[in-house]
Write a protein that binds this ligand. Structure first.
Ligand code: PMP
Length: 354
């Protein structure tokens, strides 16, 4: 740290992203990316956009917003695109939370929520999950704080039904409820259509997972016009050109190509179910995931030992050495072939550990 770093960040512990190794080719099941390349249309449009990079991008993202509104059944001014959904989440903390409007989220969820709260000096409360890692909805009814929920939840993959989310939103009319639907396309129930009914609901989605654009950095928030206006105030006060031209073009291609998107989601879900059954067969405890990853623990081996053994054999999964998750590993669903190789390597490790 330099002697110039502001003391207002004394308590800040930055987010630790999953490993992105460059030195060795792993079967990479650690950061919930798609095993499939972006839609051919997304690739072509991004390539074409490269020739215009001498010009700034459209700060209003009009082409992108138009196709998103069409596909999602929303009005154009109910949507705001950002540099990954990380950015819309940060904007939401900046726009709606402060000392008088603290944030609340589960104690096992996306790690960036507490980082954004710390970064912006926002008080926050982490509500424990039940023992089975499910969210107890009653904990959030009428809580009177700004609620941040990933649905399906991060790290566990467990989803709440839309009706339960609606109860939380309806019971906190004077607070913003942010529903982070990063994984919703893999079997969750989206709350997007509730934004017309509730002026305190912001739904965030990403094109990183189900649309194979993690490296392009594209996400969005959807909410009533007034909420989106507030978030635009933050955007235009930080970085008006937050979506670059190539990403905008890739996003238009990815959103246009519904058939490719639907087929890939279907494949991920099928491979997830197959992998989860195989893991249970081997004696693993596996959460009921509606996302593109599984959270799994093996009773006879620590999470870290298994993570390291897999890594040595060329398979990268995500391990969190926290009290609640240390027995587990989070395994992204790759292609069928990748998961078959993963399972073969896993069986070998378990056999040798006997
Ligand atoms: N929300 C959740 C729950 C996530 O797991 C992630 C990805 N790590 C994000 C948001 C952010 O994704 P991105 O910034 O790539 O859109």
């Amino acid at each position: 740290m330099s002697r110039f770093f502001s003391s207002k960040y004394d308590a800040l512990t930055p987010y630790v992203p999953g490993e992105q190794p460059q030195e060795r080719k792993y079967i990479k099941l650690n950061t919930n990316e798609s095993p499939f390349p972006p839609s051919p249309m997304a690739q072509r449009l991004a390539r074409e956009a490269a020739s215009g990079l001498q010009l700034y991008s459209d700060p209003e993202c009009r082409g992108l917003v138009k196709i998103a509104a069409e596909k999602l059944g929303l009005a154009e001014d109910e949507i705001l695109f950002t540099n990954g959904s990380d950015e819309i989440l940060n904007f939401a903390f900046m726009a709606f939370c402060d000392k008088a409007h603290p944030a609340v989220f589960p104690n096992v969820t996306y790690g960036f929520y507490s980082v954004f709260a710390e970064l912006n000096g926002i008080p926050y409360e982490e509500i424990p999950l039940r023992e089975d890692f499910s969210i107890n909805v009653e904990d959030y009814i009428g809580i009177g704080k700004n609620v941040f929920l990933a649905n399906p939840n991060a790290q566990t993959g467990i989803a709440l039904p839309k009706s339960e989310i609606e109860r939380i939103v309806a019971s906190n009319p004077d607070n913003v409820v942010v529903i982070d639907e990063a994984y919703v396309d893999f079997g969750g129930e989206s709350c997007l259509d509730l934004i017309r009914k509730y002026d305190n609901l912001l739904v965030c989605q990403t094109l990183s997972k189900s649309r194979s654009l993690a490296g392009a950095r594209l996400g969005f928030g959807a909410g009533c016009r007034a909420l989106i206006q507030d978030l635009n105030t933050i955007k235009y006060s930080t970085n008006p050109y937050n979506i670059n031209r190539m990403t905008m073009a890739a996003g238009i291609g990815a959103l246009s190509d519904s058939a490719y998107f639907e087929e890939n989601c279907r494949k991920v879900i099928a491979v997830r179910e197959k992998t989860s059954a195989a893991l249970r067969q081997l004696g693993f405890t596996v959460t009921d995931s509606r996302s593109n990853f599984l959270l799994a623990a093996y009773p006879k081996m620590s999470g870290q030992a298994l993570y390291l053994a897999l890594k040595e054999k060329g398979v990268l999964v995500r391990h969190f050495e926290t009290e609640l998750l240390k027995d587990y590993n989070r395994i992204t669903i790759g292609s069928e072939q990748q998961m078959d190789t993963f399972l073969a390597i896993l069986k070998d490790i378990l056999e040798k550990a006997k």
